[in-house]
Design a protein around this ligand. Structure first.
Ligand code: PMP
Length: 351
């Protein structure tokens, strides 16, 4: 607390990211990064951007990147917004689209940046409980609301919603923005981007951090009809008129065009997910059905916090959340098969 802070800063509960420890021989399965190097085409594009042109400001419209994203999702470039990671895109969406006199709805077990943004922008929130199977029941969102935000698949559960249920939710709330946070969609979900031409209240947010292995580049985007996208642009241009630096624009443009790399990488991760799920189930874990690049698992005899601590002693880092209903769970990022084997070997010592 400082006398120099504004009143809102005194009340903020900032998001705490998963740690980035520097330890030798570490198996890092705590922040849902991709275990594989990004496409070589991305590295080449970034090398190309590392030139004397860095003295020049980047394209404030990021047009090449927005056109490439638009082409992949069969929308127009003006229906695409880009930012520094989907966290920034989401922050602009909270600032631009959410009303202060009507509550925002999101799941009670979900991405913990949502309550942080709600606090930052002074937005009332209602946390809608997941059902007994840790699923989002879209019928629970049939209540007066200013806006809705859902991750699909949800995090940290990994459970996805079928597109028909997302569509029902969007159709049910024609006067409210519905934001679908698709950070993990490429690992088995069905993107709602295809619904954008049909619904002017739908905003789909995605990231290059997970399936495209570019967490370090910080690029995310949103797809929506003009009024929603224009709202985001108004906030961005009141804040920083350059959405992304030259390296990020070049790298992300190459990434979105490399469909073959994306497919091959996601296929490997999905196969490793199935394998790790079976290994954990064989050791007595309950593993929620995941469509993401992580699994959420609990053991009937071992508390999550203790397991996480014992894994850490063996240089395997996973994520544990203290929230009561999920305190028994571990969220484990899918690593390479070798990393997953290290995790399983560590568990065999512990269990
Ligand atoms: N949404 C969800 C559900 C996430 O888990 C994350 C990653 N922590 C993000 C958005 C943000 O990712 P990024 O800012 O790297 O795009």
């Amino acid at each position: 607390m400082s006398k120099y802070w504004s009143p809102i800063v005194s009340t903020l509960k900032p998001y705490v990211p998963g740690e980035q420890p520097r330890m030798a021989n570490l198996v890092k399965l705590n922040t849902n990064e991709n275990p594989y190097a990004p496409s070589e085409k991305v590295i080449e594009a970034i090398r190309g951007a590392a030139s004397a042109d860095l003295r020049l400001y980047p394209d404030p419209l990021a047009l090449d990147l927005r056109q490439a994203i638009a082409a992949r999702y069969s929308v127009a470039a003006e229906q695409v917004f880009v930012g520094n990671g989907s966290d920034e895109v989401l922050a602009h969406a909270f600032a631009a689209l959410l009303k202060h006199d009507e509550p925002l709805l999101y799941p009670d077990i979900s991405y913990s940046f949502y309550p942080t943004y709600a606090g930052l922008f002074g937005i009332d929130a209602i946390e809608v409980p997941l059902d007994a199977a840790f699923r989002i029941d879209v019928t629970d969102y049939r209540r007066p609301a200013g806006a809705i935000i859902l991750p699909n698949p949800n995090a940290p559960t990994g459970i996805g919603l079928p597109l028909a249920e997302i569509e029902a939710l969007v159709a049910d709330h024609p006067d409210q923005p519905v934001v679908i946070d698709e950070a993990y969609i490429d690992f088995g979900g069905e993107s709602a981007a295809a619904l954008v031409p049909k619904y002017d209240n739908l905003l789909v947010v995605q990231t290059f951090s997970k399936s495209r292995a570019l967490a370090g580049l910080r690029v995310g985007f949103a797809i929506g009809q003009r009024p929603l996208i224009e709202g985001l642009e108004r906030v961005k241009d009141s804040f920083n008129s350059y959405p992304l630096g030259r390296a990020a624009q070049a790298g992300a443009t190459a990434a979105i065009k490399d469909e073959a790399w994306l497919e091959a990488t996601c296929r490997k991760i999905v196969a490793s997910r199935a394998k790790l799920t079976a290994e954990l189930e064989a050791r007595g874990f309950e593993v929620l059905p995941s469509q993401a690049n992580f699994i959420f698992a609990r053991h009937p005899k071992h508390a999550g916090g203790i397991l996480a601590a014992k894994l850490r002693e063996r240089a395997v880092i996973v994520r544990h959340f203290a929230k009561p209903r999920i305190a028994d769970f571990l969220r484990i990022t899918i690593g390479t098969d070798a990393e997953c084997a290290r995790l399983v070997a560590a568990l065999d010592e512990i269990l």
